[in-house]
Design a protein around this ligand. Sequence first.
Ligand SMILES: *Cc1c(COP(=O)(O)O)cnc(C)c1O
Length: 388
Amino acid sequence: MTTDCDCANKLTYTTDTLCQLSDKRIKDQWGALSFPIYQSATFAHRGLGESTGFDYTRMQNPTRQQLEYVLATLEHGNNALAFASGMAAIATIMELFKPGDHIIIDSDLYGGSIRLFNEINKKNGLEFSTADFSRCEYRDCYRENTKAVYLETPTNPMMNVTDIKKLAEFTREKGILLIVDNTFLSPYFQTPLDLGADIVIHSGTKFLGGHHDTIGGFVIVKDQVLEERLRFIYKTTGACLSPFDSWLILRGIRTLSIRMERAAENTMKLAEYLKTKEHITKVIYPGLAEHPGHEIMKKQARGFGAMLTFEVDSVELAESILRDVELIYFAESLGGTETLITYPITQTHADVPRDQLEKNGINPRVLRLSVGIEGIEDLKTEFDRILR
Ligand SMILES: *Cc1c(COP(=O)(O)O)cnc(C)c1O
């Protein structure tokens, strides 16, 4: 059995500590340090009108609620909803809108999000305009029916950085929602609600879970009315995270701070190293001083993350790298303890229209790395070998 949230007096702790406290938000009656997996679809009522607070797992579940408390705390929100995937979270947010509503989206986004907007939401009457947010082009896209602005920063895969605070001034002035997909940095490095965002999204599959062993997604908000609207859609459409997957992500978050620190440190070192390599024509990492978003990120984030994109001088080399990797895995996804290399053109961004890819600089010589927590010397040796 569980009792109420015990988080109020914990909020003064640092993020590092809050990751560790994940099992203490709802007190377990037996004092279990690892919060139990409540693998139950339904919960018995004690009597007429006497619910335990839990009725049916599509609506709420103790293990998932524990995780939702943790996410709300880490993202500096008031409420979080845990979904079966990042895409389920984004699809649910899109249910806030009705046919004829217009949303301004950044031109560089996770390919799955672009596919959702183009192939599903447009069919249902939503309208989208695309702009380069790092150049503040969103202003030119505003219309009478604009209801929201949607972005990632840094973007996937080109690592463009948007000044969230400046964008929030615009959305506030217009009275529209600001939605930020914070997957790339995690709340350890960036908390967009503090910068004026209304809704924060995560693919929990990535840094939050951290071990490539589960799929999940989150939505975090501050506003109570928005939370109630989302909760209604959530329980009605049913893309809820299972108790076991909730537990896996709770466990992943316990090491979020040290994983993020180590992975970001490795990424910085690797970025510097790749810059010295003969066949690499471009290294895109906002931690590098020459990155156009470097100064903005220094202001709005606490670190530069562990995602790095680079370009090589020939398609043949890009292809041979993908064939030759041994330590690094050629795989989709990101944010785990192992380093992954991804080919955006055939993987994450395969469904993005060609002209948009070209405009964003995503060509067949571009590769994306999600840097893990391996020994940096081993990663350098791997590159020495595969760049031959
Ligand atoms: C992976 C990803 C998603 C989708 O999340 P899933 O958990 O795979 O459904 C959304 N946004 C970004 C930035 C991602 O990297």
